[in-house]
Design a protein around this ligand. Structure first.
Ligand code: SAJ
Length: 445
């Protein structure tokens, strides 16, 4: 099949689509293309996930508006089916790959899943197939890992025997379907015609936002750079917060006034950076430079600053307790917020996880509250009773309504560390609460 034939089959929806990896990236994509009228086969190595999907049940945790209903509809209509058998993609015209691409403790990319999926695709794909990597990958991976493996195993040559592209996912937990429909996408193709074919395909599920054709390397650089940009800017806000603490300033006032200046957008300081992509993607970008022995300073340093913030929160707590002759060891401490993001139940790479581990190692009795995380939804006021200190780690909307007077009256010892500018520091201190806040004024001894 030529790309011209494929474009016709995309237009009339007769193209047969395969999606490898049915997680929070692949499953919604498979459902959206099935809803658009394509026959879609999904491949996943987890049999229990395959069974759930074929029963029309959504295996993705957390609140994902519309996904469960859409999955049920496309499975029951027969448009979408899941399997663990790679052989089923032997007739697929397009194969999208959305398997995990983690980064190890050594900050090196873990491409085992990508390698395995690519090898299985190479063994089964038909001549003329278009393979599109949606996973976030280090720059150079499409050309340096995926292409040679597909050629070696399939015996086909790129751009004559098969086609290759990279269309990086831009999903967000809680908005999986919405982001697929409304986020612009970069379509990197192994040839310009391949990129144009990708635009034809994605235009069907992406509403009227930009789909930008380019090459695979550019697409890899865009995705990893967009998230590294965010990590570096969060680190900048955190470093300004540390300066404000040292000199007695208030970073929130500083940030508000800085952001009044045109072309300034200082992000929010806080307790660190969690989630599935921001802590990881800078290392994928940096990995490309490592390969070329290009010395980097900003990207690793920004990661170090953001990874430092949970320990800075515990230092603020230690300082606050010390001011009333208490120690972390033996103290009962309530950590408010365990998700990595406000008003989310996602706890992946949560800074709270780091803080809780440290406090427990230091001998504190730690209680956790989070209105979104099932295991931490006990009554906040019961948890706050007889507490020596409260540490606010996430700016959940529910916390914004908490009355400081009531909190103080409930606690045993009025110590409050505010990692996300939830409370008014002056009101807290006027109430006699020992207050410390990220980036807030106390000359931190
Ligand atoms: N964070 C800060 N200060 C900030 C912004 C975020 O400390 O000013 C922290 C958050 O608390 C969280 C982490 O950083 O722990 C990541 O937050 P995030 O808002 O970046 O949310 P993510 O991780 O879901 O990032 C996603 C990404 N979207 C995609 O990959 C499609 C990212 O590229 C987006 O920029 C981000 O959402 C967004 O803008 O919401």
């Amino acid at each position: 099949m030529t790309l011209a034939d494929l474009r016709k089959n995309i237009e009339d929806r007769s193209a047969f689509l395969g999606v490898v990896g049915l997680g929070y990236v692949g499953l919604p994509v498979a459902c959206k293309f099935a809803e658009a009228g394509f026959r879609v086969i999904g491949v996943d190595i987890k049999p229990e996930r395959v069974s759930m999907i074929n029963a029309g049940q959504n295996p993705i945790e957390g609140r994902e508006p519309g996904l469960a209903e859409l999955l049920w509809k496309v499975v029951k209509s027969g448009q979408f089916k899941a399997t663990s058998e790679y052989e089923t993609i032997c007739d697929a015209d397009v194969i999208m790959v959305s398997v995990e691409t983690p980064v190890g403790e050594d900050h090196k990319p873990g491409f085992e899943a990508l390698r395995a999926a690519t090898a299985s695709i190479g063994s089964n794909m038909k001549p003329g197939a278009l393979v599109i990597i949606e996973s976030t990958i280090a720059p150079g991976t499409t050309d340096g890992l995926v292409k040679p493996l597909l050629e070696e195993i399939s015996g086909l040559q790129l751009n004559t025997g098969f086609f290759l592209g990279h269309c990086p996912e831009r999903v967000m937990p809680g908005k999986l379907l919405k982001n697929i429909e409304t986020m612009p996408r970069v379509c990197g193709g192994s040839t310009p015609e391949t990129a144009e074919t990708m635009l034809d395909l994605y235009r069907i599920i992406v509403e009227d936002v930009d789909l930008d054709p380019t090459d695979c390397l550019t697409a890899e650089l865009v995705k990893t750079t967009e998230n590294t940009y965010r990590d570096v800017n969060i680190a900048f806000a955190n470093e300004v917060a540390l300066i404000c603490e040292a000199v007695g300033g208030d970073v929130w006032k500083v940030r508000d006034l800085v952001n009044k200046v045109p072309a300034r957008l200082m992000l929010e300081p806080g307790v660190g950076v969690g989630g599935h992509c921001i802590p990881k993607d800078p290392w994928l970008l940096a990995n490309a430079a490592d390969e070329a022995q290009t010395p980097l300073r900003i990207i690793p340093t920004a990661r170090a600053i953001n990874e430092f913030m949970p320990s800075h929160v515990s230092a603020l707590l230690k300082d606050a307790l010390a001011s009333i002759d208490k120690e972390i060891s033996g103290a009962r401490i309530l950590v408010m917020g365990y998700a990595y993001l406000a008003d989310s139940d996602d706890t992946r790479n949560s800074p709270s996880e780091v803080l809780v581990a440290y406090l427990q190692e230091t001998g504190a009795e730690v209680l956790i509250h989070d209105p979104y995380v099932p295991e931490y939804q006990s009554d906040l006021w019961e948890l706050a009773t007889e507490i020596d200190a409260v540490v606010v780690m996430v700016r959940h909307s529910q916390y914004l309504d908490i009355e400081l007077e009531k909190l103080k009256a409930t606690m045993k010892t009025p110590v409050l560390v505010d990692g996300r500018n939830v409370f008014d520091d002056q009101q807290a201190e006027a109430l006699g609460i020992v207050f410390r806040g990220i980036g807030q004024g106390k000359v931190f001894t």
